[in-house]
Design a protein around this ligand. Structure first.
Ligand SMILES: [Zn+2]
Length: 231
């Protein structure tokens, strides 16, 4: 039972300094993961990952604006773009955030274990030229996800199994090292990839589809980004 749509989001993603200035609005690139044509993972209901990424990404842009920052989408309103094109389109941004929602390995889905997995995961790459600031921003976002939005890290991607095994850079905050994620290492600015939650878990899908959850996640992500850029 390993149809392509059961592949974890990160597997699909893989194949396929600092801070600015108080004198102008910081510009944050908001990368809405995947496209309508290639929508990423599938939720328990069959809804696409792209659907969830779009709702949260739009909310992050709005939340950034409410904080006085500028959120700029990379995705050209759903057009097909290669992963390097996504980072090249926003080369002047101060921070790059890639918004995704998670699945799990196909064998876990086949074994009926989807309800065991929930929570967010953050990723940064040591190949990014501003790795240190990437990690600082990931920490700031994770702290907001926990303290403001009440989220917990999934820890799933650190499991020592094929396709995962992404080491922790900060376990309590749910931050993993994933050097070869394309958008993270092609970005010239600090970059963080956010898996907001595990949509293959039906309970988690319902929670992540709630407008209140989307609002809380978006505010937490924007506030974390805002605070790390001001450090
Ligand atoms: Zn994804």
């Amino acid at each position: 039972m390993s149809a392509w749509w059961t592949l974890p989001c990160l597997l699909l993603c893989a194949v396929m300094a600092t801070a600015p200035t108080p004198s102008r609005a910081a510009q944050v690139a908001v990368d809405i993961g995947h496209t309508p044509e290639h929508p990423g993972a599938r939720a328990a209901s069959g809804q696409t990952e792209y659907h969830f990424n779009l709702a949260l990404g739009e909310a992050v842009v709005a939340a950034l604006q409410s904080l006085g920052d500028q959120g700029v989408r990379t995705d050209a309103q759903g057009a097909e773009l290669s992963l390097p094109q996504r980072t090249a389109r926003v080369s002047g941004a101060d921070l790059f955030l890639s918004i995704h929602h998670d699945s799990i390995q196909p064998e876990y889905i086949a074994a009926g274990r989807a309800r065991e997995f929930s929570g967010y995961s953050l990723f940064v790459s040591k190949r990014n030229p501003q790795f240190g600031q990437s990690l600082r921003c990931a920490r700031a976002i994770a702290e907001q996800l926990q303290s403001y939005a009440g989220q917990q890290p999934s820890e799933y991607h650190a499991e020592p199994i094929p396709g995962e095994n992404r080491p922790f850079l900060d376990r309590p905050l749910g931050i993993h090292q994933f050097d070869d994620l394309v958008v993270l290492h092609t970005a010239r600015m600090p970059a963080v990839l956010i898996e907001a939650g595990v949509i293959i878990n039906p309970d988690e899908e319902t929670r992540l589809a709630s407008p209140d959850t989307v609002r809380r996640l978006a505010h937490a992500i924007a506030q974390g980004a805002h605070s790390c850029m001001g450090e």
